[in-house]
Design a protein. Structure first.
Length: 158
């Protein structure tokens, strides 16, 4: 806190609404209106100082990266990694498809006591459930999978 003799008196014009807000905040903090205004000014100056520091640091990092790496080199590495991930995803998709068709074949062999219409309906329902599952957001998946009662109920409907 500044010494009393270091302070400068200045006038600030506030709207009625602003003054009422400042007064409410001051009352909550059990301080004067002037002290509340000083705190807001200090906070604003701190925020602006941080913003300038962040911009300065970001500029240094950008310069350092550009001195070591060319943008085209960075793009090439990112593209290479993205292609690698896409290929891995495709492999996973192929394995999923193979497992799906194998499961269909196993079920066809096991479900000989049912009618073709019943099997077709079961397969159609399973595909619809699979599509519904794939449309879920990431945050919904865990709760969906941990709700075993719901999973059993869905499976019984197939």
């Amino acid at each position: 806190m500044a010494k009393q003799d270091d302070r400068i008196i200045t006038s600030v014009y506030l709207t009625r609404e602003m003054c009422e807000q400042v007064d409410r905040m001051a009352a909550r903090g059990h301080i004067s209106r002037n002290e509340q205004i000083r705190r807001y000014i200090e906070k604003g100056l701190d925020v602006e100082g941080y913003r300038q520091d962040i911009d300065f640091i970001a500029g240094i990092i950008r310069q350092a990266l550009q001195a070591v790496y060319q943008i085209e080199d960075i793009k090439a590495v990112v593209e290479q990694q993205a292609n690698r991930i896409a290929k891995m995803h495709m492999k996973s998709g192929k394995m999923d498809a193979a497992a799906f068709f194998l499961l269909v074949k196993v079920l066809m062999n096991m479900a000989q006591e049912g009618t073709t219409e019943q099997f077709d309906q079961m397969l159609g329902n399973a595909i619809a459930l699979g599509v519904d599952y794939m449309q879920k957001k990431d945050f919904q998946i865990n709760s969906f999978l941990y709700d075993t009662d719901n999973l059993k109920e869905i499976a019984c409907k197939l």
